[in-house]
Every structure is written in structure tokens, then in C-alpha cells.
Design a binder for this molecule. Structure first.
Ligand SMILES: *[C@@H]1O[C@H](CO)[C@@H](O)[C@H](O)[C@H]1NC(C)=O
Length: 238
């Protein structure tokens, strides 16, 4: 009886927590001897980043946000930030007597499709690499053993809470039965690339998910009903 009451209390707590609104707005400026980044994010989504190769700012905002535009001069500011960062880096390197960098290879790497696979329908493969230091990684793709560059992109390194980095590479593709894709990652701390394979498989929309979902929902509803019943019974008794 007491167990059931606890369960109900826990459900309430979860509802309260989910009603809280807490956002994380992050500005990132980073540089190394050969590389640099300047990025603004909200809740882990990129709002703006400087593409130093193209010489301009990019706003790669996902379709579910109301587009936020950055004022003119943001890119020039990012370039200035890089100069400050490089100057600071030189000072720190001198002060630390060129201490060797820590090198951590990626601790996790996953490949998956963005959307449910429908043969012949445009889709994207995602290669998600995380837990490495320093940034960046190089990601390369193959299709049926042949290198692919068209339709590929990679985001700027995203800092994790533990000061390692995450990078996500994408490959636009059209699934065809039997095609095999791979994503390979190079990093300073790896002696050879890490590779993940992904294969297009025939996927018929089966009844599996429906049954699973129905069963889960039923168990949930019965659980809440039972909890409420015992809760009321307990209140009446006290
Ligand atoms: C990534 O590729 C560039 C250009 O080919 C190369 O100079 C660099 O060393 C590579 N980085 C890693 C970590 O392998």
C-alpha cells in the first residue's frame, strides 16, 4: 500500500519539474594554433557560428525555432575574438612552458538516420562523435566502399560539460535496398580511424510498434487507476 502512494507522489514531482523553464544560453570562443571557433547556442542548438573559411556568419537554426538574426558586425567581432584568443593562448603557452596537450580519443560514436527509413525518400545519415579532446575530428563517409563527399557537412565542435567535445557530421542520401554506408573518424589521439557501418534494410511498417505502444499505454493507465484507488482508500482510512 505504502509503495503505491510513493509511486503517485513521484509522478507529481515529475510534473512539477517539467513545468519549470530553464534555458542555457552559451557563447563559445576557442582557438588552437591551427583552428578556431566562435559560436552562440541556446539549449544546445546552434544559433550562429563563424565560418572562418567562407569568411561569414552562418545561422544553422533548426526549423522548430523562430529564426533569430544576428546584427551586422557579428562576424567581424568573431574575427577580433580570435585575435584575442590567439594572443592569450601564446601567453598561456609560454607561462605553462609548452606543457603537452592532453589527448582523449572519442569515447562514443554512433551512426543513425535522421528520419524513419523509407526506400527512395530523401533522408540524412548522422554520425555523432563525442568525448574527444582536443577538437576537431575529421569525419569521412563511404557508400558501398567508395568515398563520398557530396552532400556531407560537419558542425563546429560543441563543448561538453566535462570539457571534451562533440561533433556531428551529416550525409544526405536516398536509401536504396542493400546499400552500405560507413562513417570514419580521425582524431589526434587515434592511431587509426574509428569506423561505424550502417546498412539500408527493408523496413516494412510492422504491427510491432503499435502493439508495444498499446500495451505500454494500457499498463500505464491501469497503474494510474490502481494508484488513485489505493490513494483515496488510504486517505479515507486516515
Ligand atoms: C584532418 O585533415 C586535415 C587535412 O587533410 C589534416 O591536416 C589533419 O591532420 C587531420 N586531422 C586529424 C585529427 O587527423
Amino acid at each position: 500500500m505504502r509503495m503505491k502512494m510513493k509511486l503517485l507522489l513521484f509522478l507529481c514531482c515529475v510534473l512539477w519539474v517539467s513545468a519549470d523553464v530553464l534555458h542555457e544560453d552559451l557563447a563559445i570562443t576557442g582557438c588552437s594554433d591551427s583552428d578556431g571557433e566562435n559560436m552562440y547556442t541556446l539549449d544546445g542548438e546552434e544559433k550562429w557560428y563563424a565560418d572562418f573559411k567562407q569568411g561569414k556568419g552562418i545561422e544553422p537554426q533548426p526549423p522548430f525555432v523562430d529564426h533569430m538574426s544576428y546584427p551586422e558586425g557579428t562576424y567581424e567581432e568573431a574575427v577580433a575574438n580570435q585575435q584575442v584568443c590567439r594572443t592569450n593562448l601564446k601567453v598561456v603557452q609560454k607561462a605553462m612552458k609548452d606543457l603537452p596537450l592532453e589527448n582523449d580519443p572519442p569515447s562514443s560514436m554512433m551512426i543513425y538516420s535522421r528520419d524513419y527509413v523509407d526506400l527512395g525518400e530523401k533522408n540524412s545519415l548522422i554520425c555523432h562523435v563525442s568525448g574527444f579532446y582536443p577538437a576537431p575530428v575529421n569525419v569521412s563517409w563511404t557508400k558501398n566502399g567508395e568515398k563520398v563527399t557530396e552532400g556531407t557537412s560537419i558542425n563546429v565542435p560543441f563543448p561538453n560539460k566535462d570539457s571534451s567535445f562533440t561533433q556531428i557530421s551529416r550525409l544526405d542520401f536516398i536509401p536504396k535496398q542493400g546499400d552500405i554506408y560507413s562513417c570514419s573518424v580521425e582524431h589526434l589521439a587515434l592511431t587509426q580511424p574509428l569506423t561505424r557501418i550502417w546498412e539500408v534494410e527493408a523496413t516494412k511498417p510492422g504491427i510491432g510498434p503499435t502493439v508495444f505502444c498499446g500495451l505500454g499505454l494500457t499498463v500505464g493507465v491501469v497503474g494510474v487507476a490502481a494508484g488513485t484507488y489505493f490513494f483515496i482508500k488510504a486517505i479515507k482510512r486516515s
